[in-house]
Design a protein around this ligand. Structure first.
Ligand code: GLV
Ligand code: MN
Ligand code: MN
Length: 407
């Protein structure tokens, strides 16, 4: 057997994969070269630990620790290896590497699980390529059908099945996602914190209480292409203007209500400096504390956009591309994880970020999340960070949690 790599060594091995020399951020889009390399790396480190590797044709992978005679539904932990465009090193990989390291800790303690323990990697968690967050876990949890997934296309028009084939996977017409229903007793995802709650509370680790409802909405603004010099300002039907006013309105609506609204992606046609555009497509990411609040926020933004389109002589059509409802994690489980360690309770905090843990929880699987402090509070950016000492506290907290759940 290969020597077991420490957390620090695994972290160092992953650091160059998909990193931009220019920004220092990561480009680990699903099924592209860097992410494919990471999945191969995961397969290898699982095998070197004697874990049984099971993968599906979508790129979901799980490495099972199943000692002789131990069978039945297991305790799953893990996260994802893909990143947003120019993302940080920690969002996703921290949970995967910590899960492997936690198994090493448990083995060093001489712990033998009474049920299987799996380390999972879910594909396309960020939705950075096919637009739908948590694609792999949605399919594995039965929250989405393969018939629907196979129609997804990336920005270059590549269909999901073709991207899978290009990365060496072999999807067929059948639903080939690894089906975790009935096979997973509970799920624990460790993740870098994506805000500053733990910094403010001076805690290395926290536990999640809930995930805010959130969704992605495509706004198609259509106008009339025309000459940037010869077209009088009052004669224009400029969809860029309608979009710009909508972005301002969304920001104001969300700020007034203590919610979140972001236009982070825009596509302009024909995208020429000296032409009034004919079309602007922009994607709204909206998040609120309640499902009702999310619906009201999006309706208010759409109303303002429509009114503005009437004034600009443009038109708007809005499509909800994905909506994820409120997730309340198993409160008993969160409380036990938060309380059961030396030095006082870990804080229990909500998150406004989406996670595979939310999909599994919504599928009825008791689920918990551990967060590791992020001193910058920044995420989905190269500035995302966690100190090594805090990462190791996280590994210990995850090992304790798995020992309790799998014992
Ligand atoms: C995933 O990180 C999301 O919240 O969009
Ligand atoms: Mn993540
Ligand atoms: Mn993320």
């Amino acid at each position: 057997m290969e020597p077991i790599l420490s957390f620090e060594q695994m972290w160092r091995d992953l650091a160059p994969v998909g990193r931009s020399a220019e920004s220092g951020g990561y480009f680990r889009q699903p099924y592209a070269a860097a992410e494919t390399e990471l999945r191969a790396w995961f397969d290898e480190v699982c095998r070197s630990r004697g874990l049984e590797v099971e993968s599906d044709e979508l790129g979901n992978i799980v490495g099972w620790w199943r000692p002789e005679g131990v069978d039945g539904p297991g305790v799953l932990t893990g996260s994802h290896l893909d990143s947003v465009l120019d993302g940080g090193a920690y969002d996703g990989p921290l949970g995967v590497v910590s899960a492997l390291a936690a198994i090493d800790v448990l083995r060093e303690r001489g712990f033998v699980p009474a049920r299987p323990v799996g380390v999972s990697v879910f594909a396309e968690e960020e939705g950075s390529r096919f637009g739908l967050a948590c694609l792999g876990s949605r399919l594995a949890a039965g929250a989405m059908s393969w018939e629907k997934a196979r129609e997804l296309r990336d920005r270059d028009g590549v269909f999901l099945p073709d991207a899978l084939v290009a990365s060496g996977l072999e999807p067929t017409d059948a639903d080939k996602a690894w089906d975790l229903r009935g096979r997973v007793e509970c799920f624990v995802e460790l993740h870098v914190e994506q805000g500053r709650d733990l910094v403010d509370r001076a805690a290395a680790v926290g536990v999640a209480s809930e995930i805010w409802p959130h969704g992605r909405y495509r706004f198609d603004f259509t106008g009339e292409a025309n000459h940037a010099g010869t077209t009088r300002m009052e004669d224009r039907h400029d969809p860029m203007l309608t979009y710009a006013m909508t972005a301002l309105a969304a920001n104001k609506q969300a700020r007034l209500a203590g919610e979140r609204a972001t236009f982070g992606r825009v596509d302009v046609a024909p995208n020429g400096t000296n032409a009034v555009p004919s079309r602007v497509t922009a994607w709204l990411d909206a998040r609120c504390a309640t499902d009702g609040g999310l619906a009201s926020l999006v309706a208010a933004i759409e109303k303002q956009a429509t009114e503005r389109a009437d004034r600009d002589g443009t038109s708007l059509s809005m499509t909800a591309e994905s909506v994820s409802g409120a997730v309340a994690f198993d409160a008993g489980l969160a409380g036990r994880i938060a309380a059961d360690h030396e030095g006082g309770d870990w804080p229990i905090i909500p998150t406004m970020a989406g996670h595979d843990a939310g999909i599994l929880s919504a599928a009825g699987i008791p689920t918990a999340m551990l967060f590791v402090r992020n001193p910058t509070g920044v995420s989905h950016s190269p500035a995302e960070h966690a100190e090594m000492a805090d990462c190791l506290v996280g590994v210990g907290a995850l090992a304790d949690t798995l020992e309790r759940l799998a014992g």
